[in-house]
Design a protein around this ligand. Structure first.
Ligand code: HEC
Length: 153
């Protein structure tokens, strides 16, 4: 028997938890509090560990990796945005696609894409083909790179 088995016997006091949440300013619903009835401190610790696990930033990034629906390039044709996109490209893409887009580890980047498709490929990547997704850079930086690539056509 582990030495912390006593946590299984101690029940959580929902009313005390509710007061704590108020003091700390954490959000909760009445259902959250009701759900604590009959739960032990061990349950509470497990729930806490699970919450921490799901709050890890890369987990959230993975959950958000699907490209947003509303795919309109806010920078379309903007030369300043294209210049910013160029330096992002140099930092994040050139090692695989070549400084001049001629390819290398990844294929040469050819013209003929529309903004939305290009955005989706860069944001989500092509995991099975070895193209990483760049959702972690955020929507705006991906659009800046799209703007740069479109300017190269
Ligand atoms: C680790 C290497 C690597 C990096 C870094 C990388 N790519 Fe790729 N990329 C690939 C590979 C490999 C493919 C081909 C995947 C396939 O088609 O299966 C690819 C495919 C693509 C395609 C589709 C090309 C086509 O004609 O089908 C685009 C567009 C693209 N990458 C853009 C980018 C951009 C923009 C960046 C930087 C944000 C980037 N890639 C970073 C490896 C990389």
């Amino acid at each position: 028997m582990p030495s912390y088995a006593f946590l299984n016997e101690r029940l959580v006091d929902p009313e005390r938890v509710r007061r704590k949440m108020n003091v700390l300013g954490f959000p909760y619903t009445q259902e959250d509090i009701s759900a604590l009835a009959g739960k032990s401190e061990m349950d509470a610790i497990v729930a806490y560990m699970q919450k921490l696990g799901n709050d890890i930033p890369w987990r959230q990034a993975a959950a958000q990796a699907a490209a947003p629906q509303d795919l309109v390039n806010p920078f379309h044709g903007d030369p300043e945005a294209a210049a910013q996109g160029a330096s992002l490209y140099a930092r994040h893409c050139a090692a695989c696609h070549g400084a001049e887009l001629g390819g290398g580890i990844g294929p040469a980047l050819m013209p003929g894409w529309d903004d939305a498709d290009l955005f989706t490929v860069i944001y989500e990547g092509i995991p099975e083909g070895g193209m990483p997704g760049f959702s972690s850079l955020g929507v705006e930086r991906v659009w800046l790179m799209v703007t740069f690539l479109q300017e190269q056509q």
